[in-house]
Design a protein around this ligand. Structure first.
Ligand SMILES: [Zn+2]
Length: 319
């Protein structure tokens, strides 16, 4: 049985003291499953790579066997699936996962509901990160905040006045245009935020500036201790992340930005620079909450699984 001693009253009102929650993360290459307590403690987990096949039956069986192995027999109040690709969160059907076409049209919510006899909810994993923070992280108790993914992927989820902003057809921000006539993006457009604020940009830029091998923000911070060029690159990278978040601050003023992924290891030297930029562009709003940028307190690997569990709590509690 899970240790739920740390669970706050909100969790218990949502699911009851005995309930456990299932979190599932579906990626192109693997499925990960966790049994989660109402306070966000992962009490059991399982992971399975997919066989090299396009056969939908085999892929679905791998998901179902892994989920059953980890979750069956537990007193589940619900399961939340955090999926890559395009997901219809209103029907619980996977529309498409790039690099794994066998999942197209898979009614995963209905399938897992039959297996586990509990409600199953599905949404895109980038969006669910915000619900992991809202229930189990720095976002607890807040009505509005942003949860930011950094590193090889970029984007953000937003909780606004208690609701996750998740319009059908909306995306996570990586492809907002931040530079007219900028670099070509993987989506085909020019000047997307993604072209200047991911680890790919950082690595390329470090090479072009003759700074050697910089794999991420951790390397950059070490290099910046004795190299002015690295310090300049660190400031530029922070500013590039801030430029996308500035648009969000101007539109929705979420106040708190919880940073996950590579940039989260940057600490005050890096996140503080992003915070400064956000404060500078919203200085006039002295009557509103000043922006704050903090590192996430959840393990990077668990973000999507806790987000799936958070989706269950939100749907069951209506919060
Ligand atoms: Zn793009």
């Amino acid at each position: 049985m899970a240790d739920i001693s740390g669970a706050d009253a909100r969790h218990l009102r949502a699911v009851g003291p005995e309930a456990l929650i299932g979190g599932v993360e579906l990626l192109a290459g693997s499925v990960r499953v966790a049994l989660v307590s109402p306070s966000g403690v992962i009490v059991r987990r399982a992971e399975q790579d997919f066989p090299a096949t396009d056969d939908p039956q085999m892929l679905q069986r791998t998901v179902q066997d892994t989920v059953t192995g980890c979750l069956a027999g537990s007193a589940l109040c619900g399961v939340g699936v955090a999926s890559a690709g395009l997901v219809d969160h209103t029907t619980g059907v996977l529309r498409r996962i790039d690099d794994q076409p066998g999942f197209s049209g898979y009614p995963i919510a209905a399938s897992l509901t039959r297996l586990l006899d509990c409600p199953v909810f599905v949404d895109h994993r980038a969006r669910l990160q915000v619900l992991g923070d809202r229930w189990f992280g720095h976002g607890a108790g807040r009505a509005s905040f942003a949860s930011v993914a950094t590193g090889d992927t970029l984007g953000l989820g937003l909780l606004y006045e208690g609701k996750v902003i998740a319009p059908l057809g909306g995306r996570s921000g990586a492809h907002i245009t931040v530079a007219v006539g900028g670099r070509r993006c993987s989506c085909g457009n020019l000047g997307c935020w993604k072209t200047i604020a991911t680890s790919t940009w950082l690595r390329q830029e470090a090479t072009e500036r003759g700074l050697g091998s910089i794999g991420g923000v951790g390397d950059l911070i070490v290099a910046a201790r004795q190299d002015t060029g690295a310090r300049r690159l660190m400031a530029d990278y922070a500013d590039n992340i801030a430029v996308g978040l500035s648009s969000v601050q101007h539109l929705l003023a979420p106040g708190l930005y919880i940073v996950h992924g590579d940039a989260a290891v940057g600490g005050g030297a890096f996140l503080g620079r992003i915070e400064e930029r956000l404060r500078a562009v919203s200085e006039w709003a002295d009557f509103a909450e000043r922006p704050r940028v903090v590192a996430a307190d959840t393990a990077a690997d668990d973000v999507a699984l806790l987000g799936g569990a958070g989706l269950v709590l939100s749907r069951l509690s209506g919060q």
